[in-house]
Write a protein that binds this ligand. Structure first.
Ligand SMILES: [Mn+2]
Length: 370
């Protein structure tokens, strides 16, 4: 019906016509600022809360039985499944099309090598083969080009969400700012403010907010960008997120151990999902150390251990195979100023995982000095 999965521009028209013709869609979107801004844009485009069923995943790329059941339930009440800003593997997208029996439309901007194969999938991703010029800095921008209707500040915010301060030198971001009558650099803070507000949902693990805020913001009398800045839930969570992070940093200072020379390690817990940010802040403060943070987020039950450093004499990513061999979900990279390895575990096993990471780091340093 829809031919081959399409990566090129033809898909734009196909998707626009499909979106216009469907009475109701189910929308799966990334839980970060870009994903939520895509959801807000689609809800605003339809102008009706009833035409979009929002089904963001619960902070994970794994599609478990519960989530699949929910997608089935929502798909029964809608004409298509739209996936925005999530880089599911090609065979996962194929599986969804098969199990849901609906037209699946994917709109994305992540580099992609394993495309879906089924004919009832329309896949559009102009950055699939790479994006050296930064022409597709956000999924919300890709969506805006499809819909040919957008709010420039929402798209600008989505770019800041994905790129951070580097957005200031991105042509696409600059164009949206100028279009809105703002200065890309001088008025950056205003866009950043909106991004911080939206990101507080992700940080505080507030799934209900991620699921319902796009309807609150996308529909209603207020301009959606202003609605973000004025939303009480977002304002509250933002203050909570900032305060809790500062409290955890103080806590870290008090409880940090030094299991080996040049290594600082601490085990913490809190309400929000601060693990990655804690590791970043502590590594930036102790630049000549390898910082290890074990952290449990009570809002979501996520438990993670990060090791991060500014040191260039250790390759933290080299630990990934050892962590995986031990049965952990693990990832990381070793680039300039981005030398990190992380593992995922359960709250019950966090202490074990933390000790394992500490020992692996000590081993790594020992082997280096040989
Ligand atoms: Mn994105």
């Amino acid at each position: 019906m829809f031919g081959e999965p399409i990566v090129d521009g033809n898909a734009r028209g196909i998707i626009k016509r499909a979106l216009d013709s469907y009475n109701r869609i189910t929308l799966v979107y990334h839980w970060d600022a870009d994903g939520m801004l895509s959801a807000i844009s689609l809800v605003a485009y339809y102008g009706s809360a009833d035409r979009v069923i929002l089904e963001p995943p619960r902070f994970t790329y794994r599609i478990d039985k519960d989530y699949l059941e929910r997608l089935k339930e929502s798909s029964r009440r809608s004409d298509a499944l739209i996936i925005v800003d999530i880089d599911y593997p090609g065979d996962t997208i194929d599986m969804l099309a098969e199990k849901l029996g609906k037209h699946v439309i994917v709109i994305d901007h992540h580099a992609k090598y394993d495309l879906p194969k089924r004919e009832d999938i329309t896949y559009y991703n102009p950055a699939a083969k790479g994006d050296p010029q930064g022409m597709y800095p956000s999924a919300t921008h890709v969506l805006a080009e499809i819909l040919e209707a957008y709010h420039p500040l929402l798209v600008a915010a989505s770019i800041v969400g994905d790129l951070g301060p580097q957005a200031k030198s991105n042509k696409v971001y600059q164009n949206y700012m100028v279009e809105a009558g703002l200065d890309p650099v001088r008025d950056y803070w205003l866009i950043e403010e909106a991004v911080r507000l939206l990101s507080s949902l992700e940080i505080m693990g507030n799934y209900d907010g991620i699921r319902w805020i796009p309807k609150v913001i996308g529909i209603g009398d207020m301009d959606p960008f202003k609605a973000i800045l004025n939303d009480a839930l977002l304002a509250t969570l933002r203050v909570q997120a900032d305060a809790e992070l500062e409290e955890l940093l103080k806590n870290a200072e008090r409880n940090m151990e030094e299991p080996a020379r040049g290594v600082k390690a601490v085990l913490l817990e809190g309400e929000g999902r601060h693990a990655s940010q804690l590791a970043r802040r502590l590594a930036a403060k102790y630049k000549d150390h390898i910082v290890i943070v074990g952290y449990k987020a009570n809002s979501t039950g996520e438990a993670r251990v990060y090791a991060r450093t500014y040191r260039t004499d250790v390759v933290l990513a080299s630990l990934i195979p050892k962590l995986k061999a031990r049965g952990y979900l693990a990832g990381g990279k070793t680039q300039r100023k981005n030398n990190v390895v992380a593992l995922e575990t359960t709250p019950e096993k966090l202490e074990d995982a933390y000790n394992f990471m500490v020992n692996q780091i000590i081993e790594l340093i020992k082997n280096m000095n040989k």
